[in-house]
Write a protein that binds this ligand. Structure first.
Ligand SMILES: Cc1cc2nc3c(=O)[nH]c(=O)nc-3n(C[C@H](O)[C@H](O)[C@H](O)COP(=O)(O)O)c2cc1C
Length: 304
């Protein structure tokens, strides 16, 4: 009976044996976690954000635990394209799991150039475009907060690569459907959501912000219902598959996303507490499918 269940999904050209990956920035580049869990049981490995050159990120402290989650301002520390290809790709290729590379840049041209470089690298299944980065040259706005910028950015990356591309939409916008339409009309193959929500923590005795960057992004359990609503809204107009994330700690949280209209899910902050969360989520989705007599992921329908 169990063997007849097909958990595979096609996430806009990224073929995954099951619908569960890890959220960018919470799993490094896979190597550390390979000692703790069997990477081949994941639907895909999604790595931390990479820009053209190596990037140091923000000064410490860069994260703070809060009720219901954590606030971080790592600042997209990373090895750059060449460092990642040299130090991490050989390992990831051997792991035998599809690799989703999260990319960013300080200009549209940089996103396109990073995408172009990765197109020539064997073993990359797709690119997730982090367009919720605050430090950009166009007026200081995050790319993801202006639909016409989203459109231009996605179109530029589309021209630069034949790889599947998946913009990661900013969650703090008035109407997510506008951004869904902009991204898919510009050539996105899939959409990822949600990124962290802007947040701040203050040390009341020292009377200073806790994070050196002053503000950061909230992730974890507390953002889960917000994410479910955004995915559900997005799925009402999406013609491409959605990768959902935000506070998945238990299989039930992931199943909620699948019933909100997502095709696949990513486990983020929970991995810091229990590195095997993503694998428990795979098992839990399978158990749910058995219980509900599902044969494939297509049996998950968006609730009305
Ligand atoms: C420490 C940390 C680092 C992150 N780094 C990135 C990143 O490099 N690129 C990106 O697109 N998202 C990044 N994120 C956002 C996560 O991928 C995810 O969208 C968010 O944390 C929500 O999922 P969660 O509540 O399960 O953690 C990061 C999140 C955390 C907590």
């Amino acid at each position: 009976m169990e063997q007849n269940i097909d958990m595979s999904v096609n996430l806009g050209g990224i073929r995954m044996a099951n619908p569960v990956t890890v959220a960018s920035g919470t799993f490094g580049y896979g190597q550390e976690y390979a000692r703790l869990i069997d990477l081949s049981r994941l639907g895909a490995v999604t790595v931390k954000g990479i820009r053209l050159e190596a990037w140091p990120g923000n000064p410490l402290p860069r994260h703070a635990e809060v009720f219901g989650g954590m606030v971080n301002a790592i600042g997209l520390q990373g090895p750059g394209v060449e460092g990642f290809i040299r130090d991490d790709m050989p390992f990831l290729r051997k792991a035998g799991t599809p690799v989703i590379v999260n990319i960013w840049g300080t200009s549209i041209e940089e996103y396109a150039e990073v995408a172009r470089r990765f197109s020539e690298v064997e073993g990359i299944a797709g690119l997730e475009l982090n367009i919720s980065c605050p430090n950009v040259k166009e007026g200081g706005h995050a790319f993801g907060h202006d639909p016409s910028t989203v459109s231009r950015l996605v179109a530029a990356v589309r021209r630069a690569t034949p790889l599947p591309i998946m913009p990661k939409l900013a969650p703090n916008v008035p109407d997510i459907t506008v951004f869904v339409r902009a991204a898919q009309e510009a050539g996105a193959d899939a959409l990822a959501m949600i990124n962290t929500l802007p947040a701040m923590v203050i040390d009341i005795e020292r009377q200073v912000p806790v994070l050196a960057n002053k503000t950061g992004g909230l992730s974890g359990r507390g953002i889960h219902p917000v994410a479910v609503k955004l995915v559900w809204d997005a799925a009402s107009v999406a013609t491409v598959p959605i990768l959902a994330m935000g506070g998945i700690f238990e299989p039930e949280d992931a199943i909620e996303f699948l019933l909100a209209g997502a095709k696949a899910v990513a486990v983020g902050t929970a991995t810091f507490i229990d590195p095997s969360t993503a694998l428990r989520v795979v098992d839990g989705i399978r158990a749910y499918m058995i219980r509900h007599g599902y044969a494939s992921m297509a049996d998950f329908k968006r609730v009305g």
